[in-house]
Design a protein around this ligand. Structure first.
Ligand SMILES: *Cc1c(COP(=O)(O)O)cnc(C)c1O
Length: 339
């Protein structure tokens, strides 16, 4: 991708989703999200497709999978394929828009029996310290491209790109008769270190048996704490088709304005509980405003943002602490909304 190309992304996401598009020279085309969950709206995506669209980047906000079935059907439909203009060899080979999942939140999530990483053509996971599975910093890419793409070859190319364009890593070079190497491009230095990988392997080993079940248990406690209380809208995390990775418990305060939500957060912090907001829609930030994006074009993103508070979810959070969070949220809400 490059100048003249367009990538469709949700307005409601972390900055990384848009920034990687900007780095390529392509234009991020932001669209609005759903009101039922926090994910990209499929119909808004359909309307945003032009002859310049090369990629759609859905984001599994909070770990809840996007509507990949509809998105994959859309890019594979004759109507949408007819609009597609390929410029590069890879684009010609694919012959349609690529769906690249920003799966930074959804490691371990499921959709119709499949796991995150296999929903889209390519999926990007983040292993940053705040994510479900961490290597302190780092991530992974999962490829699921159709024939005739060669995944093994892509893996080799990415290893070269992420290590100074060098054809062998230090371990390979240390083997008998193997010290010679080549530099085939001006590569980057963004390979995962062995230390990070060691952390990741340990985290991976306990993910299904410890980390994910504990997150689910915390979600269940929050669900019970906020049910039957009209002031609160609990996040969707499980449907017949979809199961979240329980990354963010995004509670919404029904009817709250942005100012009231901010005030509620202040009271929660004062009660000794650290909460957060995921996410400030990108059009509210200086950089994207300067690129011409206007929050007025994304009413759902703004409305979700103005009501949302992310509650703490992490392995070591105890049941007693969860109860303390629920109390803090309820009394802060009562203070602000009863006035
Ligand atoms: C964390 C995050 C990323 C980026 O992850 P890094 O590992 O920091 O590069 C991308 N998208 C979303 C939605 C995120 O929350």
């Amino acid at each position: 991708m490059g100048k003249g190309d367009e990538v469709i992304i949700p307005a409601y996401t972390y900055a990384a989703t848009a920034n990687v598009v900007v780095h390529t020279g392509a234009k991020p085309v932001m669209v609005d999200i759903n009101v039922s969950d926090f994910n990209i709206n499929t119909e808004a995506v359909r309307k945003a497709i032009t002859a310049k669209t090369k990629v759609i980047m859905p984001v599994d906000i909070g770990g809840f999978p996007c509507d990949y079935k509809a998105l994959m059907e859309m890019v594979q439909s004759e109507e949408v394929k007819a609009k597609f203009r390929a410029n590069t060899e890879e684009q010609k080979m694919l012959g349609r828009i690529l769906v690249f999942a920003d799966a930074a939140h959804s490691f371990g999530a499921r959709l119709s029996g499949k796991v995150s990483g296999s929903f889209a053509d390519v999926s990007g996971f983040s292993f940053h310290a705040v994510k479900n599975l961490t290597t302190a910093e780092g991530g992974a890419l999962a490829f699921n491209l159709p024939e005739p793409f060669d995944h093994e070859e892509i893996y080799k190319q990415l290893n070269i790109k992420s290590l100074h364009g060098q054809t062998k890593d230090a371990l390979a070079k240390s083997q008998v008769g193997n010290w010679k190497y080549d530099i085939v491009e001006a590569g980057y230095k963004c390979n995962m270190t062995d230390i990070q990988a060691a952390i990741g392997l340990t985290e991976l080993h306990r993910y299904d048996t410890e980390s994910l079940p504990r997150r689910k248990a915390i979600f269940d406690l929050y669900d019970r704490g906020f049910e039957n209380d009209e002031r609160f809208i609990r996040p969707v995390h499980t449907t017949e088709e979809k199961t979240s990775s329980y990354h963010l418990y995004s509670l919404r305060i029904a009817g709250a304005t942005e100012d009231q939500r901010d005030e509620i957060i202040q009271h929660i912090f004062e009660a000794g509980v650290s909460v957060n907001v995921h996410f400030v829609p990108l059009p509210l930030f200086t950089f994207y405003k300067s690129m011409g994006y206007d929050i007025g074009d994304y009413p759902n993103a703004y409305s979700q943002f103005s009501k949302v508070i992310s509650l703490p979810v992490y392995f070591d959070l105890t049941d007693a602490q969860v109860a303390q969070v629920i109390d803090a949220v309820k009394s802060a809400t009562a203070k602000v909304l009863s006035r």
